[in-house]
Design a protein around this ligand. Structure first.
Ligand code: BGC
Length: 254
């Protein structure tokens, strides 16, 4: 079965049809620069453009860089504030005339890594970090997602962690690998003292260059690069559209 995966990022909006049995993109992805300011309507229009340029008609899953509950955007750290309270999921459905699911972008990438990548069949507590414009986190307990963790925003040295240790910060401040790795290490060590995960997966575009920073990390937890790299966000968003992530155990269903 193929599902269209969309990944809304701080710099680009990307999408491709995904085989949700294998996690592979079945066609080349379409990428359009994220409009600036990244208002809710501008993001919606661009996302629709990505879908139509791909000639897709059918089920769509979408990752968004903020907390998403019931398809409605709750936070917008790296996009315009007009996204707050925006029902992106319903709007996508209306415009596309088909079912859409919107979830947090890091949760989407984590779902893909846990299903097909570095977190496959790993038991216990797995934390996925996506290092991009911001820092996204996805937390899994025995393969089950705890949605919308926002651990990229813990405070380190009086500052929002992502403003110091994201890839965006590395680029903005023109930091060398060693200097930036030190900040990342500080972040990872703080997180592991709070969560004691069994595995940390580092994703985002920068995971392609993991040999530049992983050797500098002094964390006690095993830290591995994401295997699906930049495609995890698209593949995981497509996968999310096939899962009932809001399902509750039978005892709590009225
Ligand atoms: C947002 C998260 C998002 C992450 C990566 C953070 O600023 O708060 O929701 O997952 O950036 O895009």
């Amino acid at each position: 079965m193929n599902v269209f995966g969309l990944d809304v990022g701080g710099s680009g909006i990307k999408g491709a049809p995904v085989d949700v049995m294998t996690g592979e993109l079945v066609e080349g992805r379409v990428r359009i620069e994220t409009p600036q300011p990244a208002t809710s309507e501008a993001i919606l229009r661009t996302a629709l453009d990505v879908v139509s340029r791909s000639g897709w008609d059918g089920l769509v899953g979408c990752g968004f860089p903020g907390v998403v509950k019931g398809g409605i955007i709750q936070t917008a750290a790296n996009v315009d504030d007009s996204n707050l309270g925006f029902d992106l999921q319903s709007r996508l459905e209306q415009e596309l005339g088909s079912t859409a699911r919107v979830i947090n972008d890091a949760d989407a990438a984590g779902l893909a890594e846990v299903r097909w990548g570095a977190g496959r069949e790993v038991e216990g507590v797995v934390l996925m970090l996506t290092l991009g414009t911001g820092i996204g986190t996805a937390l899994f307990v025995d393969g089950k997602l705890v949605p919308n963790t926002e651990l990229g925003h813990i405070e380190i040295q009086g500052k929002d962690a992502e403003s110091r240790a994201s890839d965006g910060a590395r680029k903005r401040e023109n930091l060398g690998w060693k200097k930036w790795s030190k900040r990342l290490d500080e972040y990872v060590r703080t997180i592991e003292d709070l969560l004691w995960p069994d595995l940390i997966i580092v994703g985002g575009g920068i995971s392609k260059k993991s040999e530049k920073f992983l050797p500098h990390l002094t964390a006690r937890t095993k830290v591995v690069p994401a295997r699906m790299q930049n495609e995890a966000g698209i593949a995981g968003a497509a996968l999310a559209a096939t899962l009932d992530l809001s399902a509750r155990p039978p005892s709590t269903v009225e």
